[in-house]
Design a protein around this ligand. Structure first.
Ligand SMILES: NC(=O)c1ccc[n+]([C@@H]2O[C@H](COP(=O)([O-])OP(=O)(O)OC[C@H]3O[C@@H](n4cnc5c(N)ncnc54)[C@H](O)[C@@H]3O)[C@@H](O)[C@H]2O)c1
Length: 267
């Protein structure tokens, strides 16, 4: 999978990871990059920085009509979508009492809609034409929290496991129809989401610059990898989890205790 001459949609493209990926894809020869975000001012800034081959779209990824409207507009001009990068995401912590049941039903519904159901909505809109053509790509930004777990962020960890499961199912179900599916699973990356989280357990291995993450992500897309892991450490943690789940849970509990001792809270 390369981005040269490709028509690309990047959700959550106004900031952080989505912005860095969109800018890199444009630099590497994409034909068009849609910067799709709730944050229209940010999306317009990114699109203006890229120039004529980018356009900002104000949309909510949880709205079928918003996503359909953008896709129709792009197809009117370019005839197809080559890559849908379903990257927008949100996070809530378990604060203030740090239990797994701390968050309200409204928060669970919200994070489910953005971090999971938005991928389902997008797939319904873009996959049929890709499957008919026998060519197209669908990439979900999950997280290392979807492979491992993020201490103190129950709903985030759970929805990122689900997002990874969805991407995996796209690869299994539609790979034979020419669809390249992938899941991006980073650890901490510099963005609005990690502002102020420098001492948290998610940042134990440091916080990667978004530009570096984008370069590593594109390199792994070019290798055709399903599992895109820009942080090398994630590979080892994942193997440890797979090889000895009990020991891995013990290690995570130890890390949680260490965080509470050092910070007074798990993150
Ligand atoms: N930063 C990290 O350490 C990290 C690590 C692993 C995974 N991720 C994931 O990467 C993705 C991008 O996050 P980021 O770190 O760049 O954070 P960010 O907050 O900087 O960017 C997220 C973007 O998504 C947009 N967005 C949120 N809800 C939306 C909605 N309903 N409709 C449209 N746009 C919406 C926001 O406006 C924002 O521009 C997320 O899915 C996040 O969970 C981040």
């Amino acid at each position: 999978m390369d981005v040269k001459d490709k028509v690309i949609i990047m959700t959550g493209g106004a900031n952080g990871i989505g912005r860095a990926l969109a800018e890199l894809f444009a630099k590497e020869g994409a034909k068009f990059v849609a910067i799709a975000d709730l944050d229209m001012a940010g999306a317009e800034t990114v699109a203006a920085g890229i120039g004529t081959k980018a356009k900002a779209y104000k949309l909510d990824v949880t709205s079928t009509s918003d996503v359909q409207g953008m896709v129709d507009d792009i197809i009117d001009t370019y005839g197809k979508i080559d890559l849908y990068f379903s990257n927008a995401g949100i996070m809530f912590t378990d604060a203030p009492d740090w239990n797994v049941y701390s968050q309200s039903d409204a928060q669970w519904q919200k994070i489910w809609q953005v971090n999971v159901h938005a991928h389902v909505i997008a797939s319904r809109i873009v996959l049929p034409a890709m499957i008919e053509r026998g060519d197209g790509a669908f990439i979900v930004t999950a997280s290392a929290a979807g492979l491992l777990s993020q201490i103190g962020d129950t709903a985030y960890s759970v929805t990122k496991h689900a997002a990874l499961g969805f991407a995996e199912t796209v690869a299994i179900t539609h790979g034979d129809s020419g669809i390249y599916a992938a899941a991006l699973c980073p650890q901490a990356v510099e963005s609005n989401m990690t502002k102020g989280a420098e001492g948290s357990s998610a940042s134990v291995d440091g916080i990667m610059k978004a530009d570096e993450l984008a370069r590593r992500t594109l390199a792994q897309m070019r290798e055709g990898r399903f599992m895109i892991r820009p942080h090398e450490t994630v590979e080892g943690y994942f193997q440890l989890k797979a090889n000895n789940y009990e020991r891995w849970i013990g290690g995570m509990r130890k890390m949680r205790r260490g965080q509470i001792d050092a910070l007074g809270s798990p993150i």
